[in-house]
Structure formats: structure tokens, C-alpha cells
Design a protein around this ligand. Sequence first.
Ligand SMILES: [Zn+2]
Length: 290
Amino acid sequence: MDYKELLARTEKLEEENPLLSFGYLGTSLLGRGIPMLTLGRGRLEVLYVGTHHALEWLTSDLLLRFLEEAKDPGTRRVSGVSIAELFECVKFYVVPMLNPDGVEYVFHGISDDNPIKERVLAMNGGSKTFSSWQANGRGVDLNHNYNDCFSEYQAASGIQSGAPTRFAGEEPESEPEVAYLCGFLRHHPKIRGVLSFHTQGEVIYYQSRGVMLPSSLRIAKRMEAVSGYRLERAEGLSSYGGLTDWCLRTMKIPAFTIECGRGENPLPKSELKKIYSDLRTLLYLFPTWL
Ligand SMILES: [Zn+2]
């Protein structure tokens, strides 16, 4: 989904569901509000984040589908757990699209009123087609911008300036999208677990270069059992400076990266049905495993 659709659907959610409230995490580099939805009124708090990477916008659709299904839980159950009771015990913070500027490049290209248009076009090799853009509005890969062995990654990756993917930025949390999310986590110490959604591979990463928390593997095994996704350890350059890495290594919060679906990015919308059906139980029950 593009940003316009995200806004239309998130605003509607609040009207339809008394247990859900709509707000903004903060503002993106190019001035777009980053929607954050709060679902449930329990004391057990978790955070779900979609679309760090622009091309992986299907994760926004996934999280919206979860939120939309949450209205009128009635007597429905997930693996024997009452959804209505779950929303009394748990509070889900959901950021469906952390990177709205990048998503807009992917869907609509770069607009004439973009103040850094020429710079961004140069990063994109002069092309007006942004079909493989992963970064934010100024070419920073948000999932390498967290404060986790930052200079080590920069030296190893060799990418020193804005690019469609993998540039970590000038310094940790230099990007507003990441800075707002880190600030939110620092100010919400009751958050007990974090899920970061990406595409693709049907894989769950539960540790960061050998570091995990005592509960990580146990929780990961529950996730594996209900989703059929494979557990993997994050190693190499892709495991530096991401949300999961920072949560595990600095914040000491159990965090997991979920690579949704299988195929070539961007996964088509037709994959959403299978992805949601594979991950539905996980989305609801993750807090109960913490
Ligand atoms: Zn990704």
C-alpha cells in the first residue's frame, strides 16, 4: 500500500474500534506523519514495526490486516485464547510504515517539489524508477541506522554516502524515523517484546551476531511452531545496526526480525493472504509467550 492508502485505512480504524487509538510516532524526513496505532488496554506492552525498507511495503498491509481484523473480537479465539481477553491484558503498539518517504518513491517516483530531488536522483543512478529503493527519503537504510557497532558496519560495508540500500547514515539515529522510534522505546520501558517485519524468506531471526536474551530461543521456537517459518541466526553485515540488533544488544528487549513470505521483492499483494494466514497466530499470541 502507498502512504495515502495507509492514512485512509488507519484513520478509519479508530472510528471502528473503541479499543484502538490513532496517533503519530513522529514525522518523516520529508514531513510525513508516521502513524502509530495502539490496540488493547492491558499492561503487557509490545511493539510491532513494519516497512523499514521501502520495497517491503507489504508488511504495512500485513499489520493493517491484523488491526482491521481486531475489531469486534466477540467470542473469537486464536489457538484457544480469547481475543477479547487478550486485548484486556495486552497493549499492542503498531507502526505499520516506518518509512513513508521511501514507500512513496517506490510507488510514485520523486515529485518535483522534493527539496532534495537532484541528490536523490543521483543516488538512484539518474533513474526516475525507484522500483528497487529500500532507503528513506535521503538514501539512508533505516535498518542500519540504529546505534549498534555503527562505525564497524560503515567500515565493513564500504558505503559512505546516500544510496538506494545499505547506507547507514552519518551517525546513529541521524534519521528522524529511527530517532523517533528509539525515543519511543526509551520512554516506554514497559515494552516487553518487539517484532520487526520485513520481506522475504519465511525466516525468523532471533539473535544478533551471537547475542540473544535468555528467553529469545524459547520464544522463537513458539513462533516457528505456529508459523512454519525457519529460525536463523543473524550474521554478517545484514546483522548490524538494525532495530532487532539494537533492542537485543543495547535495550535488552527480546526482539525478532520476521522475513515474511517468499519470492522476489517487492512481493505482490496476492501473497498477503498466505502470509497473513501463516503469521496470524503469531501476531496475536506473541505477547503471551514473553
Ligand atoms: Zn528489510
